[in-house]
Design a protein around this ligand. Structure first.
Ligand code: SAH
Length: 352
């Protein structure tokens, strides 16, 4: 039997855990001791917290639990990428991915069970949205990865680019970011945290007000509204102009550059003309463009363009003075690359 979500320590801020300590007649400094066990020393159980009195450990175990989730399976690939299948308390499963690039070790986390966005090229949205993850369920993905690393490796970066639309689960995502960023938490600097969004305008506005120096990535994928709406249904409501305006506000209030993600899909958004339109669209905007050939999804017909076409696209953008990175895909052999993460099982128990 799982206890309710709030009783998981990974779902709590320092102040919330201090309140729990006070409620069982303990001094508040115990909260920092407990958190240090979890976030620094890799404890997964109160019994491992050897400097806490036995009686306190027992009282804590009655009231709360350390983890809500477990790692079901771990799949590894030669390029150092590892995919974690994480089981949630209600039986649903989500995925997170560990990516290695020299000293940079990144975890890519999911924020929802499924996704409502239904982008035409992405496996994560195929079953629709089941529910939001709570903050602890997000934090635990990073913790599972951190606890799995050998002693000579350190988790350095976190990207919110797994299953789900992070800004559609705003409060839980921000709470998770504050825990991941906190000195008493995972201690990962804001500049090493990136949120990727399909273009949730209200979420971008709210994020700009948070006084968090996190990076913002936009899944743009098209240079005009007609093309974008064909592959990203939510674009019919938002529109590219409004998204770009929101990113400019974000840049002004945080000073952080914006990244635009652009997956290249053959016959859809990858022609010379598309490159020219994209260059016109982003002219004068402080940003980086990340180009990525589409990772094919079995159920969809889309294909990536030829290598030549990809290079031509990249060259045109560079000729216009834009900052472009052609990204290598990682983890596609284990279906851990962008857009390949999917739900393993959906629990419809209790739904009407
Ligand atoms: N919902 C957010 C977070 C998901 S991030 C967002 O849209 O940004 C996952 C990234 O992978 C997004 O940029 C998404 O557009 C991209 N992606 C989805 N399917 C893909 C595919 N088949 N090949 C390559 N990238 C894909």
């Amino acid at each position: 039997m799982y206890k309710t979500e709030i009783s998981s320590i990974t779902n709590m801020s320092l102040a919330e855990l201090e309140a729990v300590c006070a409620s069982i007649g303990e001094p508040v400094y115990r909260a920092k001791q407990i958190l240090s066990w979890i976030y620094n020393k890799g404890a997964t159980d109160f019994n491992q917290m050897s400097n806490l009195p036995k009686d306190l450990r027992r009282k804590l175990a009655e009231k709360c639990q350390v983890f809500q989730t477990t790692v079901d399976t771990l799949t590894q690939t030669k390029d150092g990428t590892e995919k974690f299948l994480v089981r949630l308390p209600d039986g649903n499963e989500i995925e997170c991915v560990l990516l290695r690039e020299g000293k940079r070790i990144t975890v890519c986390v999911s924020t929802q069970v499924g996704c409502a966005m239904a982008c035409r090229f992405c496996a994560s949205g195929m079953p629709g949205l089941e529910r939001n993850l709570n903050a602890g369920e997000i934090v635990e993905q990073a913790l599972h990865v951190k606890n799995h690393l050998p002693p000579d490796e350190r988790l350095t970066n976190i990207v919110f680019m797994g299953i789900g639309e992070p800004l559609a689960n705003y409060d839980n995502v921000i709470k998770a970011i504050r825990i991941i960023n906190a000195k008493w938490g995972l201690g990962i600097g804001a500049r090493r945290i990136t949120i990727s969004t399909v273009g949730n305008i209200r979420g971008i506005h709210r994020l700009a007000q948070e006084e968090l120096q996190i990076n913002l990535a936009i899944s743009l994928h098209a240079p005009d509204d007609v093309t974008r709406s064909k592959i990203i249904p939510s674009n019919k409501k938002t529109g590219i102009k409004n998204i770009i305006a929101a990113t400019q506000e974000y840049f002004q209030s945080t000073g952080r550059d914006i990244s635009f993600e652009y997956i290249l899909i053959d016959g859809m958004n990858a022609s010379r003309q598309d490159a020219e339109s994209l260059a016109r669209l982003l002219k004068g905007i402080q940003c980086n463009i990340n180009l990525l050939p589409l990772n094919p999804i079995e159920e969809f017909n889309f294909k990536p363009p030829s290598r030549e076409a990809i290079e031509t696209f990249c060259k045109i953008l560079k000729k216009h003075g834009l900052i472009v990175t052609l990204r290598r895909k990682k983890g596609d052999h284990i279906n851990a690359a962008c857009g390949q993460l999917r739900l393993q099982s959906i629990n419809f128990y209790g739904k009407d």
